[in-house]
Design a protein around this ligand. Structure first.
Ligand code: CA
Ligand code: CA
Length: 352
């Protein structure tokens, strides 16, 4: 009989009055003597319940919080705990290896160090106001060379020499007459070569201005363009404009950085040319591939002289919209005469 095979196990259960707690946590404040003193009448009556043996085994095998080491070891060897533990262990090992490999890969493919142009502040020199060695009142290239020890003392690694091109000195040397020559005020090409060599001997780098947006109106390219000579005809931005009794009506309302119209009438060509800056600085037509190639030649020329890099000037002015639409006024209720100031117009079309 099933009932006969069932072994009744008596379990004494007592009320949870702090006397027992599963046998693994004892109240340190309650010693045996105190327990003896507890009145038997006050203790709850033991009771008996019947539990199947298999149920009892399963019940007794449930892990519980705070179980002692001996009980814990009983469970730790069971397959479900051992396999789970091993899977987690190898996952941690694999994750650690992936992390180490990724770290090494990132270090390996990252730039090893800063570029030379990032290694220190760049020391800008406006040569005309720097040291004057021939006492003509203007600084010169030899003056820069004489101050290299001072620059090195400052722990500067790169020097930027602003425009020393041959120019009319309009706009402090930014209206260039010849992109491949040095203004006599600053010295000779030999002086420049000596300066670059001295700079490099001291372990320094040197950059110079590159001004591709415009030239001086004295540049030979512009003279040839005024006369519509061959490929130079379209080296600049020309457009028809009305010119009656000395009064010019420009193609649009565009205003130069220095104020007033960006268009200047040329008596030789009988057209207007565009200038972002002064009227003595006509803009090159940078959509012309021959012009682009000319600037490439300029870059190659100075790199050949040993220059380490360029500071490219006024890049945002390189290209203008070809449709030549009027720029909208910032304040539409403003008198149109105020359009003579560049800041009164939105530059949607003449600045890229
Ligand atoms: Ca001088
Ligand atoms: Ca331009």
């Amino acid at each position: 009989m099933v009932e006969e095979e069932t072994k009744v196990i008596s379990i004494e259960l007592r009320g949870k009055e702090g006397l027992e707690n599963n046998g693994f946590v004892q109240s340190e404040d309650l010693n045996e003597e105190e327990v003896e003193n507890v009145s038997q009448e006050k203790l709850p009556k033991p009771c008996q319940i019947g539990i199947e043996k298999e149920e009892m085994q399963e019940l007794s095998m449930q892990p519980y919080a705070g179980m002692p080491k001996e009980v814990l070891l009983q469970f730790s060897t069971q397959a479900r705990y051992r396999i789970t533990r091993e899977i987690l262990f190898w996952l941690i090992i694999a994750s650690s290896l992936v992390l180490v490999a990724a770290t090494i890969a990132i270090i390996a493919i990252s730039p090893k160090c800063l570029g030379w142009w990032q290694a220190s502040p760049i020391y800008q020199i406006y040569p005309r106001s720097y040291k004057d060695t021939d006492k003509d009142g203007n600084g010169d290239l030899k003056g820069i060379q004489e101050k290299l020890d001072h620059i090195q003392y400052l722990n500067v690694k790169t020097i930027w020499i602003t425009s020393f091109y041959k120019s009319t000195l309009k706009d402090i040397g930014y209206g260039i007459e010849d992109f491949q020559d040095i203004d006599p005020m600053f010295g000779t090409m030999k002086d420049f070569e000596n300066l670059v060599a001295a700079i490099h001997d001291k372990g320094l780098k040197v950059i110079m201005d590159l001004i591709p947006n415009h030239t001086s109106d004295k540049h030979k390219w512009f003279q040839l363009s005024c006369n519509r000579t061959g490929k130079y005809t379209d080296y600049y931005i020309w457009h028809d404009c009305a010119h009656i009794n000395g009064r010019t009506t420009p193609p649009n309302n565009w205003v130069s950085v220095y104020g007033n119209s960006s268009w200047q009438y040329d008596d030789v060509r009988k057209q207007c040319y565009f200038h972002q800056f002064g009227k003595e600085q006509p803009d090159l037509n940078f959509r012309n591939l021959d012009v682009q190639e000319e600037i490439h030649d300029v870059i190659r020329f100075w790199l050949g002289k040993g220059i380490d890099g360029f500071s490219i000037n006024d890049v945002k002015f390189l290209l203008e919209a070809t449709h030549l639409r009027d720029e909208p006024q910032v304040n539409k209720s403003q008198n149109p005469d105020y359009r003579k100031c560049s800041s009164n117009l939105q530059h949607c079309f003449d600045i890229s």
